[in-house]
Ligand binder design. Structure first.
Ligand code: IMP
Ligand code: MG
Length: 180
């Protein structure tokens, strides 16, 4: 159970997220990507991907969906970060347009790993979409093609994102505040 001293302060409300996702979906629709496959990176993007897909439907898109479960190891030095495949996608991406969806772009390792993996398998085009972009120095140079929000450089939780497996269920994005 959550200690009484831990409060989650809202950074992006559920309503603001929903509005912004509608706009992002419009932008994706305007890119006119034929035979689009959405690849959601698990676990963090599952809530975002679910809402984004339904917003895409409302713009008239009918993408296919698959899931790529990745584990990234955050180490003390920026050069030692490693990304492993925990569960691979099942779809053949050769010749497909693919939209990789993730929760947060920070060092860039996770998103670049997914993008390069799918490109190496012969995808026609790989675009990326993130809920949050943290304005920090990247370990791997990458910019997302679609971003919902610029995120303060703080640890955030909720809307699918966790701290030690907690807080994924929150309908908003928040930061943890510890009160004495
Ligand atoms: P990157 O590989 O350094 O770009 O990190 C991206 C991944 O780290 C995301 O998919 C998240 O799972 C995780 N991450 C980075 N910052 C946060 C945060 O503030 N809260 C929760 N997860 C985070
Ligand atoms: Mg993640």
């Amino acid at each position: 159970p959550q200690p009484a001293s831990e409060i989650v302060e809202i950074v992006f409300t559920a309503e603001a997220i929903a509005r912004r996702i509608g706009t992002v979906a419009q932008g994706i629709a305007e890119a006119r990507l034929e035979r689009l496959l959405v690849v959601a990176i698990l676990k963090g993007s599952f809530v975002f991907a679910a809402d984004l897909l339904r917003a895409m439907h409302r713009t008239g898109l009918s993408p296919e969906v698959d899931f790529l479960s990745l584990a990234s190891y955050r180490e003390a030095t920026t050069s030692s970060g490693r990304v492993d495949i925990v569960r691979d996608i099942e779809t053949d991406v050769a010749g497909r347009n693919v939209l990789v969806v993730d929760d947060i772009l920070e060092s860039g390792r996770t998103l670049a790993f997914a993008r390069d993996l799918i490109a190496a398998r012969g995808a026609e085009r790989v675009l990326t979409c993130v809920l949050l972009d943290k304005p920090v120095e990247r370990a791997v140079p990458i910019a997302a093609d679609f971003t919902a929000f610029e995120c303060p450089d703080e640890f955030v939780v909720g809307y699918g994102m966790d701290l030690a497996h907690r807080f994924r269920e929150l309908p908003f994005v928040g930061r943890l505040v510890r009160t004495p």
